[in-house]
Ligand binder design. Structure first.
Ligand code: 5GP
Ligand code: ZN
Length: 138
């Protein structure tokens, strides 16, 4: 399904032009207009899914092999030794476009610095309780 007021539906389906680096019947991969580094790309399914929790099985199964294929092409063409795969779900997690997408962010020796956090010390009792809460909801 596509959503009429969704910009990524329009881009993924070619109604709005984009710098496309890959396209098949299910996905389009485009260059990000606000890149975090040189080569930053976005994998968009052509169907509308709000986020990871809304994704259908076939799309979910195909998106990581595609990320690997594109990641290898980035390494070969851009010479980036590393790549961050970033995928935001919900505005609290930094999602700004509510059509599922995967960021591929090439990383270079010279930077820039990003995708980091300051780890806190885990409380074993809290880990147990939180782990159990998630397990019980599966
Ligand atoms: P989010 O924050 O939702 O995970 O990521 C949205 C991404 O989409 C951002 O990196 C932003 O730069 C990119 N973006 C937003 N609008 C457009 C657009 O119209 N074209 C392209 N190519 N990228 C976009
Ligand atoms: Zn959409």
């Amino acid at each position: 399904m596509k959503k009429d007021d969704c910009i990524f539906c329009k881009i993924a389906n070619g109604e709005i032009p984009s710098e496309t680096i890959y396209e098949d019947n299910m996905f389009r991969t485009i260059m990000d207009l606000g890149p975090a580094s040189k080569g930053h790309a976005l994998i968009l399914p052509k169907q509308h899914y709000r986020d990871l929790c809304d994704l259908d099985k076939e799309t979910a199964e195909k998106v990581f092999p595609l990320a690997a294929k594109l990641g290898n092409a980035m390494k070969k063409s851009l010479g980036c030794p590393g790549i961050n795969v970033v995928q935001n779900n919900g505005k609290e997690a930094g999602q700004t476009v509510f059509h599922f997408h995967v960021h591929l962010i090439p990383r270079y020796e010279e930077g820039p610095e990003m995708v980091s956090w300051a780890p806190e010390k885990a409380d074993p009792e809290e880990l147990k309780l939180t782990g159990a809460a998630i397990r019980n909801a599966l």
